[in-house]
Write a protein that binds this ligand. Structure first.
Ligand code: APR
Ligand code: PHB
Length: 384
């Protein structure tokens, strides 16, 4: 099995396949340090928590992560809490994606999984016949025949591009704004996350632990990090958070500051011959619903089961159903993430009427247990 990409998808898939006795090799174009340096969302759906625990990969997550049973939604009428348990849903685990990736790398090292870092010019050949991958390492070209290839190389990788354009359909929605994110060594403004709709734009108060906060404000698509010195960021965040949160905001120096664009994207199908797309290689969600890593792991769950059936027991039906099975859950998460994005953000062409509609929908959720149950199901994760 050749796995292109050593991010969360590739690492988790390699670990599950290796446990099933399938020989895997990961080809990662960057250094491990670079992969581990990426700052990403920090909310794990409960299904993801259970997958990691079942794979024996959840020990530090359970020790250092924080279980959350609700989330705050703020808007002009104040702030209300959606209680996941009261609405028939499970919890989420707040645990940085960088920590998950670090745990996966350490497990891969312990289990002797072959990870070739700084593998350049990876190419996937003859996926519908006799698959093989070629790559360069330390100036030498290598070729590796394999039974199948997992494209875990993210949105900008090579695997999706290996599928002929006439064989794939791409669906995309680009949002006319981005998220300016700040990581600060300060206590979080609240024990749970707060998503805030404000006429000036969206804001999110999140955290990594009791001493490390992660905040975001919506910015226009053309803004640059240099446009936002720390003081300007804190002032804007304070204006957009619900007043009781804004009053208790502890500011401090930003130790990371970046702007992420927002898009929804899906490639269909997620299979071409013996090439299988996984995670961001196949789909992208706006970070509003914190679905990126969670969707990647449900793809890994489905594909690892199917590959074990095929490579260990000779049964192909799991692989034949992989794309359809994965896409069914992908589109549910794509829809939830789109819905929450259009509910919480201010769009450039938005009118006062549109703002009232957003506030009315938020008020409806705040006063309806049925609406809260639907929100909680989408946020904590649809069934695998
Ligand atoms: N050859 C080899 N490796 C590649 C190539 C290539 N041509 N192109 C990209 N890669 C590597 C990247 O360096 C990265 O480490 O593939 C990896 C892809 O990792 P991610 O982009 O993290 O995607 P994925 O593993 O699917 O994880 C999805 O993590 O990045 C977040 O927002 C994402 O939450 C989502 C989750
Ligand atoms: C984060 O903590 O980085 C985070 C949390 C929730 C989101 C997005 C990002 O929806």
């Amino acid at each position: 099995m050749a796995i292109v990409g050593g991010g969360p998808s590739g690492l988790f898939l390699a670990l599950l396949l290796s446990e099933a006795g399938i020989a895997v090799t990961i080809l990662e174009k960057s250094s491990r340090a670079h992969v581990l340096s990426r700052i990403r969302a920090g909310v794990l759906e409960w299904g993801t928590v259970e997958l990691l625990r079942r794979a024996g990969l959840g020990e530090r997550m359970d020790r250092e992560g924080t279980v959350h049973s609700g989330v705050g939604l703020g808007f002009s009428n104040g702030l209300f809490r959606v209680d996941f348990a009261a609405n028939g849903s499970r919890h989420v685990m707040v645990y940085g994606q960088g920590e998950v990736t670090k745990d996966l790398y350490e497990a891969a090292d312990r289990r002797g999984i072959t990870i070739i870092d700084e593998a350049h010019d990876v190419a996937i050949h003859d996926p519908c016949g006799s698959p093989c991958v070629t790559f360069s390492k330390d100036g030498e070209r290598h070729q590796m025949a394999c039974d199948a290839v997992a494209g875990c190389d993210g949105f900008h990788g090579v695997s999706r591009q290996t599928i002929p354009t006439e064989k794939r359909t791409e669906f995309e929605k680009v949002y006319p704004f981005g998220w300016l994110g700040v990581l600060s060594p300060t206590p979080p403004v609240s024990e749970e996350l707060i998503y805030a709709n404000h006429p000036r734009g969206f804001a999110l108060a999140s955290m990594r632990n009791a001493h490390l906060s992660r905040y975001y404000v919506q910015v226009s698509a053309c803004e640059k990090v240099a446009d936002w010195p720390d003081d300007a960021f804190w002032d804007e965040l304070r204006r957009r958070l619900p007043s009781e949160a804004a009053q208790s905001l502890v500011t401090g120096p930003s130790i990371e500051k970046s702007i992420a664009p927002l898009r929804s994207f899906v490639c269909e199908p997620m299979r071409y011959g013996q090439l299988f797309l996984v995670g961001d290689a196949a789909h992208i969600v706006p970070p509003t619903g914190a679905k990126g890593l969670n969707l990647a792991f449900s793809d890994v769950h489905y594909l690892s089961q199917a590959l074990e059936e095929a490579l260990c027991n000779g049964r192909q039906n799991g692989l034949e159903r992989y794309s359809q099975r994965a896409l069914a859950r992908v589109w549910k998460a794509i829809r939830f993430s789109w819905w929450l994005t259009q509910l919480m953000h201010r769009f450039p062409d938005q009118t006062a009427f549109d703002q009232r509609l957003q506030e009315s929908e938020l008020s409806t959720i705040g006063n309806s247990l049925a609406a809260q149950a639907a929100f909680a199901e989408g946020y904590t994760g649809y069934p695998l």
